[in-house]
Design a protein around this ligand. Structure first.
Ligand code: ACO
Length: 330
């Protein structure tokens, strides 16, 4: 079987910074409440760029980092729950923007596990021999999906994009194990409705039925428990699959949802908390983008060396969870 490695990473966030104090200017909240409950101090919010703009910018940086030309790409996968439109896909918009004329392109929905689901899907294409060079992007403008009068949700999220270029590896490095899990039975933990059913043939509408709106809602405490359980299960499964132990892991890159989820996950998984990378204080929760942004930051700051083992773990709406155990090699 072929091995698959990350050949390059890239990320992009909008310039506009919104601090907790900025939010306290129009919501009944405070920096103290938000920072102590979530670890978030500020987030980037788009003042005009849509998801495809962020995705294309992150993609361009990942290609430059990998030394790969856009025309060499066989496939573009974009994980998002906040696309510009249902059709065309963000992946097709990026394809046109960066000039990846030979690539197939499609979007993938796995919420905050999206980048990991995308990487595992891309790896399977490469391992099978169907494609060689794949761009995987996680990109979101969640700012357009939240109710900016609801202090319980809008303070949590930010906009951004992260991307990786995956290619075959000559050595037995790169993706050592992956594990994807879904539980539709918990679908009401996190929801973001699309268009309501509406046509001339519908049976009589219930006049009291509320209009569906495209606003994100969340059962915070249920999500918290699901997230911690997922991290523990993912860690155990991935280490077993790769025949490694907790001590072998250099960094754990979790979906950046909440610092308390990360603290509890460290305690429950038996991995030292210093190994858990954290940048949610500056970006908030960027859903499918968060792991890509974190990975790009680790790489560009020179914090990764060949041979380092990383656990990438996402958890999110669906419910979904996805993990990858990676040996860094460039
Ligand atoms: N500022 C001030 N007060 C607030 C705020 C706010 N921003 N948000 C909620 N409150 C108030 C509530 O109104 C409530 O007040 P009340 O007791 O007078 O009714 C009180 O704080 C407690 O509200 P809860 O919703 O019960 O707050 P909780 O302690 O559960 O903390 C949080 C909320 C931080 C979201 C928590 O549930 C959590 O950590 N959840 C994990 C899930 C998560 O992080 N989700 C992110 C997105 S999902 C994902 O990425 C997979």
């Amino acid at each position: 079987m072929r091995h698959v490695k990350i050949a390059g990473t890239g990320s992009y966030v909008p310039e506009h910074i919104v601090t907790n104090d900025d939010l306290a200017g129009f919501l009944d909240t405070s920096d103290e409440w938000i920072a102590s409950r979530t670890g978030i101090r500020e987030r980037r919010i788009s003042t005009g760029e849509n998801t495809s703009d962020l995705a294309a910018a992150a993609a361009q940086r990942a290609l430059e980092d990998a030394g790969v030309k856009a025309e060499e790409l066989d496939l573009i996968l974009c994980a998002t729950i906040s696309p510009d439109c249902f059709m065309p896909s963000v992946a097709c918009m990026v394809q046109e923007r960066i000039g990846a004329s030979k690539a197939a392109a499609f979007d993938l929905v796995a919420a905050c596990s999206g980048l990991v689901y995308g990487m595992a899907t891309a790896a399977a294409f490469i391992e099978s021999g169907m494609y060689r060079t794949i761009l995987v992007i996680g990109a979101e403008t969640l700012s357009k999906t939240v109710d900016w009068t609801d202090r319980a949700t809008c303070v949590l999220f930010g906009d951004g994009a992260g991307a990786v270029v995956l290619t075959p590896s000559e050595r037995r490095t790169g993706i050592l194990a992956s594990y994807l899990v879904s539980d539709g039975g918990k679908q009401d933990y996190l929801t973001l409705p699309a268009l309501p059913l509406n046509n001339s043939f519908m049976v009589k509408k219930d006049e009291h039925q509320p209009e569906q709106s495209s606003i994100l809602s969340m059962k915070g405490q249920d999500v918290f428990k699901f997230a911690v359980r997922s991290v523990v299960d993912q860690t155990k499964t991935l280490l077993t699959k790769a025949a490694l132990t907790e001590e072998d892991i250099r960094y754990v890159v979790l979906h950046q949802a909440n610092s308390r989820i990360i603290e509890q996950s460290a305690k429950s998984s038996g991995i030292s908390q210093e190994k858990f990378f954290l940048n949610l204080d500056r970006y908030g929760n960027t859903s499918a983008a968060s792991i890509g942004i974190a990975l790009d930051e680790l790489s560009r700051k020179g914090m990764l060396s060949d041979g380092d083992k990383l656990l990438l773990i996402g958890f999110g709406g669906g419910m979904t969870s996805g993990g990858i155990l990676l040996e860094w090699s460039r």
